[in-house]
Write a protein that binds this ligand. Sequence first.
Ligand SMILES: NC(=O)c1ccc[n+]([C@@H]2O[C@H](COP(=O)([O-])OP(=O)(O)OC[C@H]3O[C@@H](n4cnc5c(N)ncnc54)[C@H](OP(=O)(O)O)[C@@H]3O)[C@@H](O)[C@H]2O)c1
Length: 323
Amino acid sequence: MISQGVYGSPDLLSLREIEVPVPAKHEVRVRVHSAALHVGDCFGVRGKPLLMRMETGLRKPKHGIPGYDVAGYVDAVGEDVTRFQVGDQVFGSCQGACAELVCTGEDTLALKPSEITFEQAAAVPTSGLAALHALRDVAKVQARQSVLIIGASGGVGTFAVQIAKSLGAEVTGVCSTPNVDLVRSLGADHVFDYTREDFAESGRRYDVIFDNIENRSLSDCRRALTPTGTLILNSGTGAQGVSFLVRLLKPLLISPFLRQRLCRYLSTPNAADLSVLAEMLKSAAITPVIGRTYSLIETADAIRHIETGRAKGKTIIRIGDGG
Ligand SMILES: NC(=O)c1ccc[n+]([C@@H]2O[C@H](COP(=O)([O-])OP(=O)(O)OC[C@H]3O[C@@H](n4cnc5c(N)ncnc54)[C@H](OP(=O)(O)O)[C@@H]3O)[C@@H](O)[C@H]2O)c1
């Protein structure tokens, strides 16, 4: 596995040998083929924004192993596990996915569709579920509604474009010039290249705006929403200290006084929704976009790549052959 004992630069990550983990009663041990990283892993490594330490450990990392997304083979099962057996190909969520063997609850895994690779499967859980929960559950997107996805070429955005299309929406993506073709290929009906056009000045209005970047003012976003539209804010982490809290809380505090709905949400992994995504993968309603693949020893480079804010699709860590 790769881990760090203190918060700081990704250079502090180093390869370590640990004892083979033993699954608890409801846990499955997975021999990892691939893991995926996302922005949250960068926060976990740096320990910033400080608020994140409530989850990852106040003074030093509780776990210190990056990665929440995993795909591989079931290697052992706890005595109460009913859904999986040794040899099954699975994907799902776990703490510390950047390791050869990981244990996680059976309720955070689903069977990997045979139609996709392990790398593609590892790409799905955090970002696919975040997109599904935002569009299906928070915004309750209906057929023929207009949906604007800001950050359409990123980890969450590439799933969001495809999921919004499969819900029957008319989808507009926002990305930069090199990613316009990608976002169109995912099914977006319209694309704003933000280096040339400004969605907030276009005069178009959307029933739902899913903002994965949050570099625009609330008034810009509200101007592009229909009078009763929903704005889902899904970042808020660019600022620090008090401005971070203001950015996080202001929309929630003013929303009850508006006809428009401004919201944040927390996507929680669960087996039922992983299975929903598995069905969408089987039918090719969604296809994961993999930007770059790194080896375990290159995890620090992968973290730095995500930190640029320019990562395309998902960033994968290839760990073993899983067999
Ligand atoms: N609510 C939840 O439970 C939950 C769960 C998972 C993730 N999240 C959050 O979701 C957010 C997005 O995560 P992610 O993994 O999708 O991020 P990401 O993959 O790191 O986003 C990178 C992408 O953002 C695009 N981008 C950068 N600046 C942009 C701009 N001004 N306008 C449009 N696109 C821009 C880049 O494309 P270009 O190079 O084309 O600019 C790049 O493709 C994060 O803040 C994460 O914390 C929330």
